[in-house]
Design a protein around this ligand. Sequence first.
Ligand SMILES: Nc1nc2c(ncn2[C@@H]2O[C@H](COP(=O)(O)OP(=O)(O)OP(=O)(O)O)[C@@H](O)[C@H]2O)c(=O)[nH]1
Ligand SMILES: [Mg+2]
Length: 793
Amino acid sequence: MFQYVPNKLTIEALDLCLTVRIATPWNITAQEMAAPYTATAKQNPGRRAWLVEFRHPLRLDANNKPGRKTRKGLGTTDPVRAQELTRQLSKLLENETLWSIGAREEAAKLFDPEVIDIFYGEIEPRTTDARAIRDRLLPLPEARAGYAKVVLVGVPGAGKTTLIRQLLGADPKSEAFPSTSPNRTTMYPSEFVLRPGQFEAVVTFMTEHETRFEVEESVSAAISEAADQDAKRVARAFLEKSDLRFRLDCILGDLEIAQDEPDPYADDAPDSEHGVVGAEVREVASHDRQRNAEFVRACVERIFSIQQKYAQPVEAEFGSLDTLALTDRIAALDLIEEQATASDEFVALVSDILDELRGKFEPLQAVGRLDKTTTGWPRAWVMKCKPEERKALLGSLRYFSGISYRWWGELLTPLVNGIRVQGPFKPRWTDEEPRLVLMDAEGLGHKANPSVDLPEHTVAALHEADVILLVDSAKTGMTHGAAGKALESIANAGCTRKLAVAFTHMDLASSPEFKGQQLLDHVFLGMRNIVDNELAKNVSPDATRFLLSRLEHHTFFLGNIHKADAKGAARELNRLLSHLTAAQPAVRRPVAFPRYSEAHLMLVIQEAARDFRAQWHGLLGMAQDPSFKPRAWQIIKALTRRYAENWGEDFELRPTANLRTALETAVSRLLEAPIEWAGEASPEQKRDAIERLKSIVTAKLPELTRKRLRERPQSAWRDAWTPRGIGSTKTRNIRIEGIFERWVPIPNARSDKTDIEFLNEIEEIVRAALKDFEDEVAGQAISALDTDAIRAA
Ligand SMILES: Nc1nc2c(ncn2[C@@H]2O[C@H](COP(=O)(O)OP(=O)(O)OP(=O)(O)O)[C@@H](O)[C@H]2O)c(=O)[nH]1
Ligand SMILES: [Mg+2]
């Protein structure tokens, strides 16, 4: 039987406890585990849609055993069809030879597509294929056709989306699209194409599998909160995830119906009524609000009852939660959560919530076209319309991008993972019809960690862009840590030549001391100081000079852009527009190539590995580091689950991004310091060569870090996730440190094979880039010789 040992357990004793605990009565029994896999058709109470419940042999449960309980929609309301699909799934579950992703094609010959989606959808590698869906349904115009691609980056609230509204000519009052607000607003990639012709839009959604993961996390966070019997706090934990990203309240509505609640997100609520094509959108009707609130209340009640049921045996074992010391209370809550989340009641509640979410897509059947999976989960929403139907289109799109409280209970924003809109958009302050692709994304930095490293998709966007427009508010003037970090990443990625900066909020920045040109100089000087302090130290003085000289000509000062007429900003907006539309990348031919020292490479990698490891020693609480404070055990645990199950990087802790950034800094430092040059080159040509090399090498680093820290150690992440109960936090941290020790070793004189392998992988990338570059220079020289020979002939 499980022995309760207060505090100070040794790790070995802990592992023993965990093993014994697995046999406690509230875990899955041996009989259950041995039972053959089978599927059962079900319906959630009060719903017509059929579901199927089964244990998935390839998914691990909380005890790291195969057979996670899974409940998925069958995409039908017909009982006969539901029974037939369930019978087929049972057949698949009987046949062990089909239990692998490689057997999918074989299985597809034997079973209906729904069955294949249900079984294999749970184990498919998770890719960020939403962009691919958008590219397929509405491809971006090519650069050849004269479309420059502008990527906007900046901290939340900088004014990126407000500037996009200006470029689209979207009226802030009557159209209010895309959504803006003083809070964190844009949450997913949004692409806008200014192109003559019809309006077209594609919205892509999270998969059912991803949505279930988010809902599970929300319900499980609420279960942890439920110990204190405070319904409001439980509802908050359930409806608002701590990162404010997956907000169930937007979709489900709130617990309480506050008709006159002041709207905290005022900017996206247009003044006038708006409509969707063929239907009218109004505020959520009061009977709908009532129904939504009842649903949320029922969920909260079910969360309390699950918590109570599973708290009982744990409290009987440990003593009442109120009386436990902090570490024991944490361990007890962890155990309760584990038992609760493995229970039938939990699976049923999550499934019910997913049914409710699925129902929220129903009104959209009337407008546009919903592209669905075989089991009926929406994959994308597509709409085309004439130029004169613009208002209606933008009205419909607000379902997917709005956050206004007025529409809580009907919005789908948290389920969206990308939007692309194309059409004859045009700013009000010009007669031109610009051709542009504008790419907006989530603000940089995280609520809990403002100086967080850039996510992988942002780095990919930097490489893809023709112009990188760093937007910042003149009120704060780049003082936010993430803005400086972005500048540094741009310089390290060799993308300085694409950089431009737009300061917004100039209307709020003026003061009696600073007006007119003085104000512009003041704002520019603020940025200059940051660049001087940060970049000169972290990149190189030469790279810093280059970046500043670039910004002297490519900084734009904008104010009042939240107003339709953007009073006073027209001239500067036009200057910015000309810069964006003219931004086709110049083709630069290399004429000389740099040489580097291998010893230097070894030193910069050593430094990068040391920085990364020190950062994580701090985050895991293994060493004191004022810049990287220890993170809560729940956050570390959530991270291990994300890596163990291969979920995306949208989380406040991102080891892969940290390693990638450390390596970017390292290779940038190396490439900035050649020991010699082969061939004659001017300072500008040398600068070009270094920028090119940095761009080629850093573009390869995301793959390297993903493989090292996610793919290869995936089972080790699972081992780090599984510990539960007393002392598990320490065990988990030790296991994570073990992963880093193995995959990010600090090379030294006693380095072994695995350390050398790490060095070699990076060296290989640098070497390949240098070789290609050298070949290109040689090719140039040969073609020059040929030209001379032709001339001579
Ligand atoms: N006074 C004034 N307000 C502005 C200006 N530009 C933007 N704003 C306001 O600043 C707030 C933030 O603007 P957003 O465009 O939503 O900021 P964002 O950079 O897209 O932020 P995220 O989506 O959270 O990353 C909004 O309330 C805008 O109305 C400006 O030039 N002057
Ligand atoms: Mg925004």
